[in-house]
Design a binder for this molecule. Sequence first.
Ligand code: PEP
Ligand code: MG
Length: 810
Amino acid sequence: MERVSEKKAATAETSVRRSGTRKGHGLALLEDLGSVIGHSQDLRETLENVVKIVAERMGTEVCSLYLLDPKGDRLTLWATAGLTRAAVGKVAMGVDEGLTGLVIEKGEPVMVVDALAHPRYKYFPETGEERYHSFLGVPITERRSPLGVLVVQTLRRRRFTPNELRLLRAIAAQARGVILQARLVESLQSKEKERQEYRTRMVDAIRRLHAYEREGERPKAGAKRRPGQYRLSGVGASPGFGQGRAHLQYPDVTLDDVEDRDSDDPALERERLRIAIEGSVVEMVRLKEKMHTLAPEIDGSIFDAQRMMIEDASFVGKIESRIAGGKTAESALKHVVDEYVNAFLAVSDGYLRERAADVRDIGQRLLRNLLGHEERERGFAADVVLVAQDLTLSDLSVMEHKRLKAIVLVTGGVTSHASILAKSFEIPTVVGVGHVAEVLHEGDYVIVDGNSGVVYVNPGVDVIREYQRLAKEYRAFNLQLEALRDLPAETTDGHRVNLYANIGLISDLQFAHEHGAEGVGLYRTEVPFLSYKDFPNEEEQLELYRKVIAGMHGQPVTIRTLDLGADKYASYLTDYQEENPFLGWRSIRISLEMPAIFKAQLRAILRAGASGPVRILFPMISSLDEIRRIKELLDEARRELDELGEPYDRAMPIGIMIEVPAAVWLAPRLIEEVDFFSIGTNDLIQYLLAVDRNNSKVAPLYEPLHPAVLAAIAEVAQAAKDAGKWVGMCGEMASDPLATLPLIGMGLDDLSMGPFFIPVIKRFIRSVSFTLAEEVARDARSLGTAQEVKGYLFARLKELGVIELMDMYH
Ligand code: PEP
Ligand code: MG
């Protein structure tokens, strides 16, 4: 024992000497750890190195790191220097057990001179720790939540000095980053495992089905099959109701099946790749033409974007370089596609994340061409509900749509291209139905409710009847609303409101027309920007904006300048991380910091204005300085266009979004600077009520009808009216029928929303008088809580006999 202490003392001495002074010792240790962590490749190895260095340099016989599981109730030994290595990953304890658990329980360091004598001491035979007496454990925390415990132990009974305690705490803080990464990797691995398991189950189900069909094991006539009845929930991605027999689809060959294989003939592999690229490009061009004939309004750029990616020099270059490194074309392709997919999945923006599906689609197409398989047209003998893990643009393009009554997807989001196409073809679609493969079999009878995102598998007669009734009503309701398409949104006493569409993609224009939009109230230009690898240049933007303007046939188009940042991240901004992105570098703040890019967008919008009526809208304004600076830049942009002799709209109206509380109180001043206001309630509500718009935990607190929100809208509307200017709303609240009466009663001139909601809002407006709407707005504003406001509005709508309209949408 004596000798060991002496040896350790000598080691400590060495460390002191190495770092010069005793005071510098801790700093040097932290620096060394920083370097180990900074060069971290493998997390377990990094943690092993951390504990090794700490034990060595603090002169303790043991240093161990325990991590808390995601549920927060068990601690597991992740790395140790001094305890038996075999215990790593095996020794685990509840947070109410042992001295290590006590650290979590107390949320503060625990120091014990003789651990063995402590009532909370728990002995784990695997560790061989019975020899160690003194214990010092400090919690590792992230924003006050515990992540784990860092422990040092010594053979000798001793007290740790305040300096040692401070040092261990600093080390724990430093280790936090690596642990967070470890957690992330773990969760990704478990997601991948889940995906694999899911795939195995799906493949099994399909195999069983094929065997069943081949061997003619169909139930004997008269034999009663009692299929499982299920109600599954997902997200409605394309509205309407559809029913039919389930058809499970699984691609013939998938990239997942490709193994990592070497080749001894790189030249041959490169040639195979070249032929596959050529074949894929030809297919894409044909597909675009075919889609154009089938649905001319569909945004063909989706196909162009995929074709460009297939030919992209850096994408192809990466595959070629793996081929040059000795891989087969298939394994090289799989590797590069996985790399891209992971990069897309790593970004927080939902729209961009869904582009991962496009890359997979491209990979799949190239793989099929590499293997020399033809693209097959798929027809269906009877009405089917297509059930798939995921559906690519290509899958959907080669399907016969007449018999395709609905789509159910395990993955996918509402902005995925498959969803966009499904909407264009009016195929009711529900996505994100996690457990469908476990319960659904080929041939099961399925009802899909694309409005509320529900899927019924083998429903009982009551549900079938109910849905048949609903589908009939829905058709009648849509016909009725369609009849309203060309009528104005006018109250019974002649007050007009403009109903506009919010759009992001060219393909949205079709919905805007179908549902009778009178213009575009919000064109979110960041949506197309997000799909570019770099900022699109002025000419590319001009072309895009002109397409939108041409598509609206002379109706006004409100183009909002870039609103990037927060939850909308472009790949070219991803290096930037913030603690509070919604309060950070987003939207107009980014534009004003990048005047060259901003002015290119301003010029493109001004020029586009020469081809039709355009209004320009600036997001996230919170001060007069911002709008004044914007106007200076607009003047510069105009001057530059004058110098170039480019035609542009000199009188383009300019407006700002009111979505930051500061702008509400500044509204009377801000309106002097602009032609109109557009209230962005999605952000305004989150900033006014301090409720994150994307956090489901606080979703019940996100109340559009909160009296403070109504007060803010009223103030803004009044400021615009007083100045004789116009005011609209383009946040989601504009599409809530419950809010329609108070909103028009407060004097909003335009309501802009997802096109699908326009008919129903029009129906509301056409059923009431403006005088009544004003009265309802006044009454609603006099109430003290959101609950009271909602109760009051429901009662009024019931009285007016329009409440049933809401059931269709809510
Ligand atoms: C809003 O904040 O209400 C709005 C329309 O903008 P976005 O949803 O694009 O942030
Ligand atoms: Mg906003």
